[in-house]
Design a protein around this ligand. Structure first.
Ligand SMILES: Cc1cc2nc3c(=O)[nH]c(=O)nc-3n(C[C@H](O)[C@H](O)[C@H](O)COP(=O)(O)OP(=O)(O)OC[C@H]3O[C@@H](n4cnc5c(N)ncnc54)[C@H](O)[C@@H]3O)c2cc1C
Length: 298
């Protein structure tokens, strides 16, 4: 493997772009290292070299669950320029990590396969969705998984069968960069598939705010509780800080309504967390991930 991430090459290979351009909520500063590899070999080299220099890596996909700050020294590696793969054989589908949920649902529907309809309306990529074990309406993506292919810390490609992975609430036991995913889906008529997608989109638009960008559910639901209801019961629905707002439609969503900054968004997270702790003695756990070295050290 050739050395791609040597210190001399960092300046040439790391993009100068801001994470704001990748963020689904348009928030984020310039990280020290941002990579957009175009081949799997480049990706392998970046990961292996980052590991050798003890630099943490952070894969990013649709960035629909990530709040980026201004102090980021990790090697951020985006999937956007990797080759796209979409291969359907009977009821088995093999895809690259950078396929969007929208495209996946649409193309599998055309092939008569019912798939991730419960994730309709989520602006995510498949790699990020598998990493988060995304779910809704009592279903999770893990139910359809056959295997994933990852690039491990040493830059080697490894296949991991679904049975070897522990899946829990918005979490899986593998932290490596997922490059390819194989799903086994269910054959259904096009009408049935269309109906299940329509139903999910209808419920989402009734319950969730779609007027402004958000990162979906900010907090995980505590056992037996709904984070949104707890926040709402603290009187925080509609609360604004700077350009960020706790949605008045669903209090577990924080919206970027007017050029919100990282601090606006973060201060609302902090406020919701401390008010719920004071009123109900419940510790809310973040579902969104905060990517900022200073905040992560707290
Ligand atoms: C309107 C809206 C509705 C939403 N509804 C839901 C919902 O119903 N259910 C739900 O579960 N989530 C929901 N979300 C949250 C979000 O879409 C999910 O968490 C999704 O899984 C994130 O995917 P992503 O591609 O955007 O990942 P990112 O936000 O880019 O990354 C999320 C995590 O995945 C990791 N990651 C990304 N790509 C890879 C890869 N290739 N290999 C390894 N790790 C990777 C990142 O390092 C990070 O830890 C919603 C978000 C929005 C904006």
């Amino acid at each position: 493997m050739k050395e791609f991430f040597s210190p001399e090459l960092i300046k040439k290979t790391a993009s100068q772009k801001s994470l704001r351009d990748y963020s689904y909520i348009n928030i984020g500063g310039k990280p020290k290292y941002l990579f957009t590899p175009e081949t799997i070999e480049q990706l392998q080299n970046i990961i292996a070299a980052a590991n050798k220099t003890s630099l943490d890596i952070l894969p990013i996909g649709g960035c629909s669950n990530l709040l980026f700050g201004n102090n980021i020294n990790k090697a951020i590696i985006s999937d956007v320029n990797l080759p796209q793969i979409f291969d359907i054989k009977d009821d088995t589908v093999m895809v690259s990590c950078n396929i969007t949920i929208k495209k996946f649902i649409e193309k599998t529907k055309q092939a008569g396969l019912s798939s991730l309809y419960f994730l309709s309306g989520i602006p995510a990529h498949l790699g990020g969705t598998v990493h988060m074990n995304a779910g809704a309406f009592d279903r999770t993506i893990s139910e359809f998984l056959v295997w994933i292919e990852v690039v491990d810390k040493n830059g080697n490609i490894k296949k991991v069968n679904a049975e070897e992975i522990d899946f829990s609430y918005r979490k899986i036991s593998i932290s490596d960069f997922i490059v390819r995913i194989c799903f086994k889906l269910e054959k259904k008529s096009e009408k049935e598939i269309e109906d299940e997608i329509k139903e999910v989109l209808k419920i989402r638009h009734e319950r969730h705010p779609y007027d402004f960008p958000s990162l979906g559910s900010t907090f995980k639901n505590p056992p037996g509780e709904f984070a949104g209801l707890l926040i709402c019961d603290c009187g925080l629905a509609g609360k604004m800080i700077g350009g960020a707002q706790i949605s008045s439609k669903h209090s577990n969503f924080i919206l970027n309504v007017d050029n919100a900054t990282f601090n606006d968004y973060y201060d609302l997270i902090d406020l919701a967390r401390s008010e719920v702790k004071n009123k109900f003695d419940i510790d809310l756990e973040l579902e969104n991930k905060i990517i900022d070295d200073l905040e992560e050290q707290k």
